[in-house]
Design a protein around this ligand. Structure first.
Ligand code: 13P
Length: 252
């Protein structure tokens, strides 16, 4: 079985002081329970501007924590004011990047083609991509969740994606930051569906990790992470508290 990936998406939160403290506390917690590292990989994704500070904490502690970005440009370099390129993330010590998060799809009108173009750049730069998919509440009510997720996977996963450079995160939009989680049966059904698509698409699709995201917290983590084809969690709110983030990993 695959090691679970416990990924924290810190979104637009934190200060220089608070992100350092959070990274320190996470590394402390992981080091206190060495068996955690046998079961889980740990990744945190701060804002771009906080990445070097988190990287410095990791280096200083020789900590087994990895750092990633929350987005990258679909271009390698050039006149793109305000954007951050994948090689820049690599250069400051990132090993991964979240792409196609529903908040970017929604607030920045990112479509599947853009997500795929970003993933190509990220893979070229040597970053692992966490490609996010998930239906809205209206789409689920209309019974379209599988159609939507298949469309997003088909459009967002680039040629060249493998189990070592690609992770999929299923995040039903209505479960993000709402305290609502999909039922274990719904999660099981969707993850099995995603697995089938990945196996059809990629030679090593069986090895791709599929994360669940959307109001994951210590109280529901054990149940969610025990579902077949749930290979980890993408955690928003609860990843901002070291004790909650660690408790989720301990539930594995
Ligand atoms: P919450 O865990 O706050 O619901 O956020 C989930 C998410 O969007 C992670 O990317």
């Amino acid at each position: 079985t695959k090691k679970k990936l416990i990924a924290g998406n810190w979104k637009m939160h934190g200060t220089l002081v608070s992100v350092r403290q959070l990274a320190e506390a996470v590394i402390d917690g992981v080091e206190k329970d060495a068996s955690l590292l046998d079961r889980c990989d740990f990744l945190v994704c701060p804002t771009f501007i906080h990445i070097p500070a988190v990287r410095a904490v990791i280096d200083h502690n020789r900590g087994a924590l990895r750092v990633g970005g929350q987005d990258c440009s679909p271009h390698e370099t050039g006149a793109f004011t305000g954007d951050i390129a994948a090689p820049m993330l690599k250069d400051v010590g990132c090993s991964a990047v979240i792409l196609g998060h529903s908040e970017r799809r929604q607030h920045h009108a990112e479509g599947d083609q853009t997500v795929a173009a970003k993933a190509v750049q990220a893979h070229q730069a040597g970053l692992m991509t966490i490609i996010c998919v998930g239906e809205t509440e209206a789409q689920r009510v209309a019974g379209q969740e599988k159609t939507i997720v298949k469309q997003q996977l088909d459009g967002s996963i680039p040629a060249g994606a493998t189990a070592s450079n690609t992770v999929i995160a299923y995040e039903p939009v209505w479960a993000i930051g709402t305290g609502k989680t999909a039922t274990p049966a719904d999660v099981a059904a969707m993850h099995a569906f995603i697995r089938g698509i990945l196996v059809g698409k990629m030679a090593d699709g069986a090895g791709v990790r599929i994360l669940y995201g959307g109001s994951v917290k210590p109280e529901n983590a054990g149940e969610l992470l025990a579902i077949p084809d749930v290979d980890g969690a993408l955690i928003g709110g609860a990843s901002l508290k070291a004790d909650q983030y660690l408790a989720i990993a301990k539930a594995v």
